[in-house]
Design a protein around this ligand. Structure first.
Ligand code: GLA
Length: 738
């Protein structure tokens, strides 16, 4: 791994064993991109990659004989108004109304490790030797604005991490109308764009579409990253699959509105940009003020999606997530939401908790409904003190009782929200994000608190701290159940209204940071109506996230498959729930509900008292199994095998670092009568290792290359026996002496 600057050619080469990324300072002082992809040989001069083409109506940014016309140049961080007609990476408005900019190279700094981003989530190093970083400093002479583009490359990951920082050094005020975190121009257009799209209860479906000339984008302008689009896109070759082919991944470490775009130009290059969505964004900068963008993590793989996902999963699990829970096995929890909804009292809760303990559960989570007058979703949000009618001994008494049973205790909160029917709203109606003289649009009967205001964050921090200090709380599920609307802060002036949406997210991060600092032992799980804020920004504060409100296993297989494209298995909250499923009324076998939920931060979300003795026996077996293989599943290398978006089956495997152990899962949606042969091919094992494979009551002994190439023949009657539809098999694989 290195970042080298070649003085003579004025080129930077960032590389490690997997990738090369090459930047040039062009003749006009702006930055061009010469290459991004599989590692190539290090050399003094890559000028042969700088292509200029003469075209009679090109707008040239220099006098003849130069041919430098920006509309075809591959650039690093393109601006506006000087002859490049593709999407820009930023837009600055000057006091005189001009929107032209021209940032030219001034200097650079190469340094070991990676510096933190102030007040923003960011990938980090533990030791300087893990990565090397580059800051390139540019200046626009007319506005007297400084721009620093930061790049980091890790030794271990095929990733480049990028961000940008604008500082106004001149006297005039500028307004940043847009500031993407990264822009990259790829040399051709032969790509499909892969995105993780969906909606509430069907988050992160894999969608692929062929790029064509023009713009294609995904975005959220909802104030949070959203269920509709995840802040991730990949450009992939049409033939790329899980294990073969090129992938360029772009993942945004941010939890607010975002925009990811790919533009194919008339000359067959592709520009990708990613950053904060420019809607509802306008950031004024006076002399001495700066704006730091969040960062984009770009991963390149020439070995298909699995290799890309493993890079993201490992980087995010080990160098984005933080705190004492980062490397620990996550506790098996039981959450009471689908067991009781808000209809509970202490007695009911303790009864559910006692049975959970008997089954082997390690953490009991009390979901929505324990505070204020929260009997339904019309009231109580904002009043973070216990409802004594339901819980006469308070959270304090309940948490101690649960701890006395031998389990940890956790609670649900939704600290960014308020119901109009609450003491908080009655005391502070102006704390809500809403625009004067306009209707305040409710969603789920609730409104968003203005977290751009420090006093609001302070107040909520104080209330929550009191609850936590008074009790034995080991886990917090932090929910967020509506999108922003009528975005406006009652205290910001007209000039600053365009900063409110971003400052809202900074306020959320600030509250997280303060709670983490004060209560470092608490395991946070983020949530937003299920998985509407499952993004890398959140992972920096909460190392796991509730994956989706859809707990039907058949849907879950897809949601977990899609989520695993970017996110660590241990971060994916996955629970076994009751049947018929509460969301879609489907009945599926308990065995399968467990087998699928194992691949995540595993738990239950039902009242175990309502199960039959036989089912309870299976729950106990599931918990014993999971405790035994949890580390391997949560922390092993994860390979997707069969894609449920493409067919009737799904399959995946977690393999230990040394490839001596693995647990694989096979799932079939609908059963067939008189079906064809079924052969399950595994991935990720060591070719020449001899393994013992166990599934149900069967045992096989085969070499890795047999398991991966010849596969395991499975008789279909086994699936019939298990119940036919929605059945699954779990394969436990261990290296043994040949
Ligand atoms: C959201 C969450 C659920 C549950 C409810 C409580 O929908 O996703 O898991 O916590 O809120 O109101």
């Amino acid at each position: 791994m290195a970042i080298i600057f070649h003085e003579k050619s004025r080129q930077f080469h960032l590389y490690n064993t997997d990738i090369s990324y090459i930047i040039e300072v062009m003749d006009n002082g702006q930055l061009g991109n010469l290459y991004y992809g599989k590692r190539i040989h290090e050399r003094e001069d890559y000028s042969y990659l700088h292509e200029e083409v003469y075209c009679p109506h090109e707008v040239f940014c220099q006098e003849a004989p130069s041919l430098l016309g920006l509309s075809r140049m591959k650039q690093e961080y393109p601006g506006n108004g000087v002859g490049d007609y593709r999407i820009g990476a930023f837009l600055i408005e000057q006091e005189n109304g001009s929107r032209v900019s021209d940032f030219q190279y001034v200097s650079h700094e190469i340094y070991a490790g990676k510096r933190p981003l102030q007040n923003l989530p960011a990938v980090y190093t533990e030791k300087d030797e893990e990565a090397v970083s580059l800051d390139i400093c540019l200046r626009d002479a007319v506005t007297d604005t400084e721009l620093i583009l930061t790049y980091t490359i890790f030794e271990q990951y095929p990733a480049i991490i990028r961000s940008a920082r604008f500082t106004q050094t001149g006297e005039g005020e500028i307004v940043l109308q847009s500031a993407m975190s990264a822009s990259v121009d790829l040399r051709d257009r032969d790509y499909e764009m892969l995105q993780l799209s969906g909606a509430w209860a069907r988050e992160r479906s894999i969608v692929r579409r062929k790029l064509c000339q023009g713009l294609q984008s995904v975005f959220s302008n909802r104030g949070i990253s959203s269920a509709e689009q995840n802040p991730f896109v990949a450009l992939v070759r049409p033939t790329t699959d899980e294990n073969h082919g090129e992938v360029y991944g772009f993942s945004f470490v941010y939890s607010g509105s975002f925009l990811a775009q790919a533009e194919v130009c008339a000359y067959d290059t592709t520009r990708v940009t990613m950053g904060i969505h420019p809607d509802n964004f306008a950031w004024p900068l006076s002399q001495g003020e700066s704006f730091q963008t969040p960062e984009v993590v770009m991963v390149y793989s020439d070995r298909g999606f699995n290799y890309m996902s493993q890079a993201y999963q490992e980087l995010y699990a080990k160098r984005l997530a933080r705190g004492m829970w980062r490397d620990q096995e996550r506790p098996i929890l039981l959450n009471n939401w689908e067991a009781t909804y808000m209809d509970f009292d202490e007695e009911k809760i303790l009864k559910i908790a006692a049975t959970a303990k008997e089954a082997g559960v390690e953490l009991f989570v009390l979901d929505d409904g324990w505070f204020g007058t929260r009997d339904d979703d019309w009231q109580g949000l904002g009043d973070w003190y216990v409802n004594r009618r339901k819980l006469p001994n308070g959270i304090s008494g309940l948490s101690k009782a649960v701890e006395d049973m031998g389990m940890r205790f956790g609670i649900w909160i939704e600290p960014e929200m308020v119901n109009k029917n609450s003491d908080l709203y009655r005391a502070h109606p102006d704390w809500v994000i809403s625009t004067p003289d306009r209707f305040e649009s409710p969603a789920r009967q609730q409104h968003v608190l203005d977290y751009s205001r420090p006093e609001v964050v302070d107040h909520i921090y104080k209330m929550l701290s009191e609850v936590i200090e008074d009790s034995c709380i080991s886990y917090i599920k932090w929910d967020m159940n509506r999108y922003l609307s009528e975005c406006y802060s009652r205290v910001a002036g007209a000039r600053d209204q365009g900063t409110v949406m971003h400052k809202y997210i900074l306020g959320v991060y600030r509250l997280y940071e303060r709670l983490i600092a004060k209560f470092p032992e608490i395991l946070f799980e983020s949530c937003a109506s299920g998985g509407a804020r499952f993004d890398p920004g959140m992972l920096y504060y909460a190392p796991q996230a509730w994956c989706s409100d859809d707990t039907d296993v058949c849907e879950r297989v897809k949601i977990q498959y899609g989520t695993s494209l970017v996110y660590p298995i241990r971060s994916i909250g996955a629970h076994v729930s009751a049947v018929p499923n509460h969301q879609n009324k489907r009945t599926t076998p308990l065995l399968t509900r467990g087998n699928v939920a194992f691949y995540g931060a595993f738990g239950y979300e039902l009242d175990l008292n309502k199960l039959s003795a036989e089912e309870m026996k299976m729950v106990k077996e599931q918990i014993v199994f999971y405790k035994k293989y949890r580390k391997l599943i949560q922390q092993g290398k994860f390979y997707r095998i069969l894609n449920p978006f493409e067919g009737n089956e799904a399959s995946w495997i977690s393999v230990s670092e040394d490839a001596k152990e693995a647990v694989a899962m096979y799932f079939q949606r609908l059963n067939t009568v008189n079906g064809g042969f079924l052969r399950i091919l595994l991935t990720g094992l060591s070719e020449d290792t001899f393994y013992e494979v166990q599934y149900l009551d069967r045992t096989l002994q085969l070499y890795g290359n047999e398991l991966m190439n010849a596969g395991i023949p499975v008789e279909r009657k086994l699936l019939d026996k298990l119940g036919g539809d929605f059945t699954s098999l779990l394969f436990v694989i261990k290296a043994v002496e040949a």
